[in-house]
Design a protein around this ligand. Structure first.
Ligand SMILES: [Zn+2]
Length: 268
């Protein structure tokens, strides 16, 4: 994916990406713009770029306010598309049934510790602003086995919605980074199995879970398309697949929009 050639004149703002619930927009602005407010909240700008994220249930009407270097301000209203989500019934095999039985105290403390590690790693991301506009899918042309936002019913019990995208691929298939960045955390966790968490800058991060193999280490700098691991079925998983998650700060993004990021949505 490459950014289309942009002729950014004075005081121009362009939004790329998919404007819908679960969507992500990339804003490109001229250097004459000093500040951008999204729904009245000031947002981070780096190299004349900023990111807007919309979660699964995001409201449909938004307001973008732009403050120019002469102090004047203009506001633009825009609407995002509402999404309908699947309801998905899943039967977990007996071999994974241990995950649903009451857990011993040491397992609970392990799970809590692992959740804390992920929270801390994501906090570190807030300080990084470098960001590159170049996206691709971790596995090109892989069939989607579970969409973002699906309401899940596992062995008859209602669970949290699915906040990533599942790509079906045989064990051992190479998994590639969706965007340039830095490896911020890896591990072999109770729920995730083997996973890699990447910081892409401006609060954007991606996670790749249930891997059979991890091919990077914490601190590695990677480019879009670099191999970071191999597809597997570690952690809670019904069979080999990649669970790919994307977040902008604390907003879960639908990874399916990522390969469509060079769409021009709006230009003012
Ligand atoms: Zn998944």
């Amino acid at each position: 994916m490459v950014l289309p050639v942009l002729l950014i004149g004075q005081n121009k703002i362009e939004l790329y990406g998919v404007a819908e619930q679960g969507g992500l927009l990339i804003g490109k602005i001229s250097p004459k713009i000093e500040n951008v407010f999204f729904d009245y909240k000031k947002i981070e700008i780096h190299n004349n770029t900023f990111l807007l994220g919309f979660d699964r249930e995001a409201k449909l009407h938004h307001i973008l306010s732009i403050v120019f270097d002469n102090g004047s301000m203009r506001s633009f209203r825009f609407e995002i598309k509402k999404k309908d989500y699947d309801i998905q019934e899943i039967k977990m095999p007996k071999s994974k049934a241990k995950y649903f039985k009451p857990k011993p105290a040491e397992t609970i403390s392990r799970i809590n510790q692992e959740a804390e590690n992920l929270r801390k790693a994501r906090k570190l991301i807030e300080g990084n602003s470098s960001f590159e506009f170049c996206f691709s899918s971790p596995i090109e042309n892989a069939p989607i086995s579970s969409k973002f936002g699906a309401q899940r019913i596992i062995n008859g019990k209602e669970k949290k919605p699915h906040l990533g995208l599942d790509l079906a691929a045989p064990k051992g298939t190479a998994v590639k980074a969706m965007n340039s960045g830095k490896i911020i955390l890896t591990g072999d966790y109770y729920y995730n199995g083997k996973f890699v968490l990447i910081d892409h800058g401006l609060g954007l991060n991606s996670i790749y879970i249930h891997l059979s193999e991890i091919d990077v280490k914490i601190g590695d700098e990677i480019k879009t398309g670099d191999v970071i691991g191999k597809v597997g079925s570690t952690g809670i998983s019904t069979g080999p697949h990649l669970h790919w998650g994307v977040r902008l700060n604390d907003v879960d993004i639908d990874p399916e929009v990522i390969p469509k990021m060079d769409n021009l949505f709006l230009s003012f």
